[in-house]
Design a binder for this molecule. Structure first.
Ligand SMILES: Nc1ncnc2c1ncn2[C@@H]1O[C@H](COP(=O)(O)OP(=O)(O)OP(=O)(O)O)[C@@H](O)[C@H]1O
Ligand SMILES: [Mg+2]
Length: 363
């Protein structure tokens, strides 16, 4: 059967699009589904969160420009049933490349339909802001999910996101369905509750019952390059993501039933939880040594970017400059000392000239 394609989209940045994409994907895999994540963000966050290095040779960019076939770019993850079409850093230049193509807003849709990806679900992690990539995602998807954070700017994000969805529904993809709005990074304080109540009142049943709470485990999980549902399956955020996945599956089943399709039933929540915990146990070694190698690698990459292939003297010179930028007080004392030594040298020079003049009877 054709996969159900879901775009995770909000024009606003940093509201958990990637966290939602990767956790939904891993929870669907834990429910025994076959899932492919398409990372459409040149930041490569979902690629990284699923344990894949965005320095891989080929990714979605190469599919877009026709330089690779699907089987060359689709990668397995550590989680059975879950694969990724990764983002590579070259994706940042895709806007220019696509602008040269005809029908550039439908490029992804053409790729996906021609490649006939064999899976149950495709989850597309969109970049923030509206550009050619999110438009391609919305033109390809059967459904869109909007993650929202209950802050005073949440409405702004929704007000900019909903018209983009409508624009696509009116032209590029008339079948696109808003599957739901999901509250993420949710705080329990009164102000957040007021905002979420207001949005719930306006959007009604579109908003999922599950709310993903703010939970530091999500940040720890990201540092270990794992979705929180595997890193800490019992954490509050992981439990909420699992609840959301069950709700997502139920909604999908209802949508399919309306269209006259019958989907295979999915296992009960505890079975999915067992699977997540099993993956957690399999990755125990990886979790025992979180990111030491990765951090060291990142630091040396940063060093190379900062210092390139300069000589040792040039590196020391740059390091000294950076030291003084960070320690301005030391710089002030250093400059005062230089000035003092300078004055002493000038004084000694003047005294020496006088002595010489005396010696030659010129004074
Ligand atoms: N429930 C949560 N609790 C605490 N922190 C969270 C939660 N969800 C996400 N975060 C953190 O918030 C930050 C933004 O999350 P994420 O990268 O998923 O957002 P995004 O919308 O994909 O961002 P971008 O627009 O840059 O792509 C990350 O540091 C992530 O670890
Ligand atoms: Mg993201």
């Amino acid at each position: 059967m054709k996969p159900y394609i879901v775009a995770i989209f909000n024009q606003k940045g940093g509201i958990s699009k990637t966290t939602t994409s990767t956790n939904l994907a891993v929870c669907l895999a834990a429910h025994g589904k076959s899932v492919v994540v398409i990372d459409l963000d040149s930041q490569g966050d979902s690629t990284k969160s699923l344990g894949i290095d965005p320095n891989v040779r080929q990714g979605i960019y190469d599919l877009f420009i026709g330089a690779a076939k699907l089987e060359d770019v689709i990668l397995p993850t550590r989680f059975e049933g879950l694969r990724v079409i990764p983002s590579t850093y070259s994706l940042a230049g895709i806007e220019i490349k696509l602008s040269e193509l005809k029908d550039s807003q439908r490029t992804l849709s053409t790729i996906v339909s021609h490649a006939s990806i064999d899976c149950d679900y495709i989850i597309i992690d969109c970049p923030p802001a509206l550009g050619i990539l999110p438009i391609n995602a919305l033109a390809t998807a059967d459904a869109v999910i909007i993650p929202v954070t209950a802050t005073p700017y949440a409405n702004d994000g929704l007000l900019r996101t909903l018209p983009s969805i409508k624009y696509v529904q009116e032209g590029l993809n008339k079948a696109l369905l808003l599957q739901g709005v999901l509250f993420t990074i949710h705080d329990r304080h009164k102000a957040a509750r007021k905002i979420s109540d207001l949005i719930r009142a306006r959007l009604g049943g579109t908003v999922y019952g599950a709310e993903i709470p703010r939970d530091n485990m999500v940040i720890e999980a990201a540092a270990s390059r794992l979705p929180v549902c595997v890193y800490a399956p019992k954490s509050a955020a992981a439990q909420a993501h699992l609840d959301f996945t069950v709700e997502f599956l139920e909604r999908h089943h209802k949508i399919a039933a309306k269209a006259g399709q019958e989907l295979a039933p999915f296992p009960a929540r505890p079975a999915a939880m067992d699977r997540l915990q099993g993956w957690r146990v399999e990755l125990a070694d990886h979790l025992a040594a979180p990111e030491q190698g990765g951090l060291a690698q990142q630091t040396s990459r940063l060093d190379r970017m900062l210092y390139g292939d300069r000589t040792t003297v040039e590196r020391l010179h740059l390091a000294l400059i950076h030291f003084f930028i960070d320690h301005r007080g030391v710089l002030a004392v250093f400059l005062a000392l230089v000035a003092l030594v300078g004055l002493m040298v000038i004084g000694a020079g003047v005294g020496g000239v006088r002595l010489l003049a005396d010696a030659f009877g010129l004074s």
